[in-house]
Design a protein around this ligand. Structure first.
Ligand code: HEM
Length: 192
């Protein structure tokens, strides 16, 4: 998605100062500070959007302890197995609107609040699940993903090989059916 890539790079150019350039012109592999990571709002939206469409845990089995009625009106008996499809939830028009198929980091960014302006509703975006047993590693995961994406994208351009089929292989974890064949190009000025 070249448009999104360009916006991420613009944001990183504005925000990142700790990943400095060495004497040889090579960037040093220094990770970003927490302050810098918090300012990577567009990148945060892009990662959220990726996890909305391709959640690492696509399905989540649960079991009821008591009979209950779900907010949807569905009655559930005692000791009944329920499969929550996180993958499907990320693609529902009722939840995300008519443009659910579009990769839009902007949908995560609220203009109403400054600073911490990422929309964060676990019951809508269930990639880390919601409630008391939701993922306690969510913040660390975002910190790691933003740091790695920032280091890689500032140094390299990743181009998917033409006609490579990009298909999910759902299992307990989400894998890529045929892997992802890419070309890795250096972003050194002479390669641009
Ligand atoms: C993109 C990255 C990640 C995703 C999408 C993710 C997603 C999830 C999900 C869906 C669950 C609920 C599983 C279940 O109840 O069956 C979970 C649980 C958990 N996650 Fe993550 N996770 C991520 C990264 C991490 C990291 C980096 C850590 C630790 C540093 C972590 C630690 C845990 C732990 C300890 C639980 C079990 C919580 C409990 O059972 O109460 N996760 N994660």
């Amino acid at each position: 998605n070249p448009g999104v890539e360009e916006k991420i790079l613009e944001e990183l150019d504005r925000v990142v100062i700790t990943q400095t350039v060495g004497e040889s012109g090579e960037e040093q592999g220094i990770f970003s500070s927490i302050e810098e990571l918090n300012k990577m709002v567009y990148l945060h939206g892009a990662i959220s959007e990726t996890l909305r469409l391709y959640p690492s845990v696509p399905n989540e089995p649960k079991q009821s302890m008591e009979a209950d009625v779900l907010p949807s009106g569905h009655a559930v008996g005692k000791n009944t197995r329920i499969l929550v499809s996180i993958y499907s939830m990320g693609r529902m028009e009722e939840v995300w609107g008519k443009d659910w198929m579009e990769f839009k980091p902007e949908r995560w960014i609220s203009e109403r609040t400054e600073g911490n302006n990422i929309i964060n509703d676990a019951y809508k975006f269930a990639a880390f699940l919601a409630g008391p047993r939701s993922c306690p590693g969510r913040k660390i995961a975002f910190m790691q993903l933003k740091n790695i994406a920032s280091c890689v994208l500032r140094r390299y351009k990743i181009v998917v090989v033409d006609d490579h089929p990009v298909l999910p292989l759902p299992s307990i974890m989400m894998f890529m059916k045929y892997g992802l064949k890419v070309r890795v190009l250096s972003r050194k000025p002479e390669n641009k």
